[in-house]
Design a protein around this ligand. Structure first.
Ligand code: NDP
Ligand code: BG6
Length: 513
């Protein structure tokens, strides 16, 4: 890119135009991908990135020539990295045939380089090693920034100046958090763009890589029965629910600086909402989809404090076991007001969704672990059968549930006649239960996203204008909560969260699913 050349930097992505079919076949045959996990000694690398790379290797999804490099400050030999990867590599492949043979083959492709994140010299040494593996092939390079965000800019600067590909593409996957508010996020984007073009930046939101989130558009746009109902005319409210049955365990230091609104709502739930509510994109092309998502985000009404409830978990003893409070975490300040729970009512001020409450609820240390989208439909006008339900009419409306995790499923609650001579109705489910319908296990979100980044598919990554719009929506609210020092409502560890969430839902005539 001209900007980088002008600044005297190495081009990160030399233009690839002019390759005819034969040229691309040759490139396919002779190219290599070097994947560098920056922050390889860390939690995410062990838990998600290496297992996902192995699963892709097992499934023959990685290119023929590839190398994985771990990069971090910790001192480690190649053998120690391999040992670490093998030991922590618990993934869906574990019980498959030939797993250990495949693992041996995979580990032979894994190497480690110890270096500082702000040292061009250390990245130049990495570059030298990468070149040895790449031989004289066309070399494509993927850097995965799996470090705390304070390291991102240094690492990108050093990678771009000292370790970018000289003849292929260079791409960088950036982990969340992308800033803490609109200002810091824009500053991060500006800083990254000093060294990278937008198309080289792959901002990851791993919820977009989840099977049922990907399926959302398929469900809606390829089934005639859903799309016509997808508007204020038939939908009463939509709920985006996230809960975990454990606290911040071990991540309190990170979490306290962010809180549940930044950790889950502003990204994971909002991204799902945008996909759910967008207009039909012109095509499945990444830019067309992201154009539609950004329109939804920009049509959203600014969040009001009175439409938000925040909570924080407190200790609780159940069955003789005592569960800690958020403040018991040693890495959390004793007087922290950081919310571990939030519920919010959001509105999209466009023709399709005018007046429909989009409710979000996200919390840690709740009674269950789940992520769901619930679509509650309006009442059937002039329902002939209302008597058969008694007075609880609310129970008689249809509800579509998309259970993202665990135990993936899509089910539609319908009214049905209870078999027999009388006329009594109940609610039953038309149920697509993934485990029963599909025998193949579901890939982890990180597998899909890593593969997409290698293939240059940007559909499931966040574009900078989407990110700006998401922060524009949440920043004033976050500022107000912090400036006014709003105290979170305490809820016991393992409960359903603060009662305030029920009042919020009731204000909009909604019952949480
Ligand atoms: P870690 O805190 O484990 O950090 C990763 C590595 O970065 C460490 O092993 C360490 O390597 C280096 N590092 C840590 N702190 C510093 C520091 N202050 N200065 C310089 N280097 C440091 O992070 P995670 O692996 O948990 O997460 C990585 C990224 O992914 C973060 O941005 C996180 O927010 C995000 N993320 C993490 C999730 C998770 O479940 N862990 C989930 C979703 C996102 P060394 O000392 O060897 O250099
Ligand atoms: C991360 C959050 O983005 O998502 C964590 O930072 C949260 O706090 C995690 O636990 C949940 O991801 P998953 O895939 O386990 O639902």
């Amino acid at each position: 890119p001209l900007k980088q050349m002008k600044d005297g930097m190495l081009p990160l992505s030399p233009p690839q135009e002019g390759l005819d079919d034969l040229g691309s076949m040759k490139e396919e045959r002779e190219s290599t991908v070097s994947i560098t996990v920056v922050g390889a000694s860390g939690d995410l690398a062990k838990k998600k990135i290496f297992p996902a790379l192995f699963a892709l290797f097992y499934e023959d999804c990685l290119p023929k020539h590839f190398t994985v490099y771990g990069y971090a400050r910790s001192k480690m030999t190649d053998a120690e990295l391999r040992n670490m990867v093998a030991k922590t590599l618990t993934c869906r492949i574990d019980k498959r045939e030939n797993c250990s043979d495949k693992m041996e083959q995979f580990l032979k492709r894994c190497f480690y380089h110890s270096g500082q994140y702000d040292s061009e010299e250390n990245f130049a040494a990495l570059d030298k090693k990468l070149k040895e593996h790449e031989a004289s092939r066309l070399s494509n390079r993927l850097f995965y920034l799996s470090t705390p965000p304070s390291i991102f800019i240094d690492a990108v600067r050093c990678a771009s100046q000292s370790a970018s590909s000289a003849n292929g593409w260079t791409r960088v996957i950036v982990e969340k958090p992308f800033g803490r508010d609109l200002g810091s996020s824009a500053a991060l984007t500006r800083a990254l763009k000093q060294y990278l073009e937008e198309e080289q930046i792959f901002r990851i939101d791993h919820y977009l890589g989840k099977e049922l989130v990907e399926n959302l558009s398929v469900l809606r746009f390829s089934n005639l029965v859903f799309e016509p109902l997808w508007s204020r005319q038939y939908i009463r409210n939509v709920q985006f629910l996230f809960s975990e049955d454990f606290g911040t365990e071990g991540r309190g230091g990170y979490f306290d600086n962010y809180g549940i609104i930044r950790d889950i709502m502003q990204n994971h739930l909002l991204q799902i909402l945008a996909l759910f509510a967008m207009e039909t994109p012109v095509s499945l092309d990444a830019e067309d989809i992201r154009n539609e998502k950004v329109k939804v985000l920009r049509s959203m009404r600014h969040l009001q404090l009175e439409d938000v409830v925040i909570g924080q978990y407190k200790s609780h003893t159940k069955g003789g076991i005592s569960y800690p409070s958020y403040l018991d975490d040693k890495t959390v300040p004793k007087n922290s007001l950081t919310p571990t729970f939030a519920a919010a009512a959001l509105f999209i001020d466009n023709a399709r969704w005018d007046g429909v409450p989009f409710l979000m609820k996200a919390g840690k240390a709740l009674h269950t672990r789940r992520a769901e989208i619930r679509v509650q439909f309006r009442h059937v006008p002039g329902n002939l059968y209302k008597r058969s339900f008694g007075t609880d009419l609310d129970r008689a409306t249809n509800e579509l549930v998309i259970r993202v995790q665990p135990d993936e499923a899509i089910y539609l609650k319908i009214n049905n006649k209870i078999p027999g001579l009388g006329m009594r109705l109940d609610r039953s489910n038309l149920n697509l239960h993934y485990a029963a319908r599909y025998s193949k296990e579901i890939p982890d979100a990180y597998e899909r996203l890593l593969l997409d980044a290698i293939e240059g598919e940007r559909r499931l990554f966040i574009r900078s204008d989407e990110l700006d719009a998401a922060w524009e929506l949440f920043t004033p609210l976050l500022k107000e909560i912090e400036e006014k020092k709003i105290a979170p409502e305490l809820y016991p560890y393992g409960s359903r969260g603060p009662v305030g969430a029920h009042y919020l839902a009731a204000k909009y005539n909604v019952r949480w699913g």
